[in-house]
Design a protein around this ligand. Structure first.
Ligand SMILES: Cc1ncc(COP(=O)(O)O)c(C=O)c1O
Length: 372
């Protein structure tokens, strides 16, 4: 019906602000020329506060999974004992990647509707001193769970394993304190809370992870961290980068900085609370309890969720995401990250309450949260 004005409410890629999109129309430049060399390191330095790090942020041309693979290929030698904490689709991706690189894989499974339990991690590590690397997801987009990365980092309690974190759908939407929390590798991507088109991924190594990577025996080329570090000395990337994404990110960071990072996080929490209040007012069940709820995406149980999604796409041009894995057709997921405001949450709830013929009930509950 209104498909000429699509309303993208999925957990990434997210809508891109016009100011950011316009950067994509700039003339092409030489990626080894003066303009790029001036801007590229500055843009990456401006990402560092989002990671909460003083370490160097590196950029890879690829989607979020490319940075995940970069982490694995720089760390996982054949037969390295690794522990993957799996509570959803993307936790599982870590396990698949580690398997592909010949790790000796340990998997600690958690229910696909709640956070990773740090006590279980602690107990597992105590029983397995040989584990060298732990892989986890900060914001598990498939279940709408925000994991307590800091608590998992602490659960190591003297165990020497490095902690590798997928912050693809968290970075810029939820606080990350890589250095203070003792995280060793953090990866993210452009198309989520950074409200930039897909095609750029980011990776940060702690000094300890860097040192560990020096001895890694895995075959690697495109993702070899040492190449990125070497070229960075000359403000270059080893391979032709996604130049226009750098321009776009520069603009997106200007918007994030103007709003202020703490305000950005507060806006995400507000959208989460509005979404949850609205769903509850309709008598719907949320997949995740409050304590584990993501500020960037909400998962709601709904009968024949995929038909509902098709209906609202057809009638209103609104796009929600479906359930993944065990949640296929059982839930739908509403993204509220990056270029999203409380008003976007109200439109998301409006189509939901219209579908249920409960006119005004969800939006009213959410408005009360907004006005509180
Ligand atoms: C938490 C998380 N990790 C990893 C990915 C993979 O990113 P990409 O699809 O950009 O490779 C996604 C994408 O949705 C994600 O949400």
């Amino acid at each position: 019906m209104y498909r000429f004005k699509p309303e993208l409410r999925i957990p990434g890629p997210v809508p891109v602000p016009n100011e950011v999109s316009l950067q994509m129309a700039k003339p092409m430049i030489n990626h080894r020329g003066a303009y790029f060399k001036e801007h590229y390191p500055k843009v990456l330095a401006r990402l560092a506060p989002l990671f909460g790090t003083t370490n160097q942020v590196h950029m890879i041309t690829g989607s979020g999974t490319s940075a995940m693979e970069a982490a694995v290929s720089n760390l996982v030698s054949p037969d390295t004992p690794v522990l993957c904490l799996v509570g959803g689709f993307f936790g599982n991706r870590w396990a698949e990647l580690c398997k592909a690189y010949g790790a000796k894989l340990h998997v600690l499974d958690f229910p696909w509707d709640s956070g990773i339990d740090p006590q279980k991690v602690q107990a597992y590590l105590q029983a397995h001193p040989e584990i060298e690397l732990i892989f986890m997801v900060h914001n598990e987009s498939s279940t709408a769970v925000l994991n307590d990365v800091e608590a998992v980092a602490k659960a190591r309690q003297g165990h020497s394993a490095l902690l590798v974190v997928d912050a693809v759908s968290a970075l810029g939407g939820a606080p990350c304190q890589m250095d203070a929390w003792g995280l060793d590798v953090v990866v993210s991507a452009s198309q989520k809370c950074l409200m930039t088109p897909p095609g750029t991924a980011f990776i940060v190594f702690s000094p300890r992870a860097r040192e560990y990577a020096q001895n890694c025996q895995a075959s690697r080329y495109y993702f070899d961290l040492r190449l990125y570090e070497k070229y960075r000395e000359n403000a270059e990337t080893p391979f032709t980068p996604n130049i226009h994404n750098v321009f776009a990110l520069e603009e997106a960071l200007t918007m994030i900085e103007a709003e202020g990072l703490e305000n950005v996080f507060a806006r995400h929490r507000l959208m989460r609370d509005m979404m949850r209040a609205g769903a509850r007012a309709l008598g719907l069940e949320l997949l995740v309890q409050d304590a584990d709820a993501s500020p960037t995406v909400t998962a709601i149980k709904y009968p024949d969720a995929d038909s509902f999604r098709a209906r609202i796409r057809e009638r209103y041009g609104v796009e929600f995401a479906g359930g993944q894995g065990v949640h296929a057709n059982q839930i739908f997921r509403v993204g509220h990250m990056g270029y999203a405001t409380p008003l976007d949450v109200l439109t998301a709830l409006a189509v939901l309450e219209m579908d249920m013929k409960k006119f005004g009930q969800a939006t009213k509950a959410a408005q009360l949260v907004l006005e509180a």
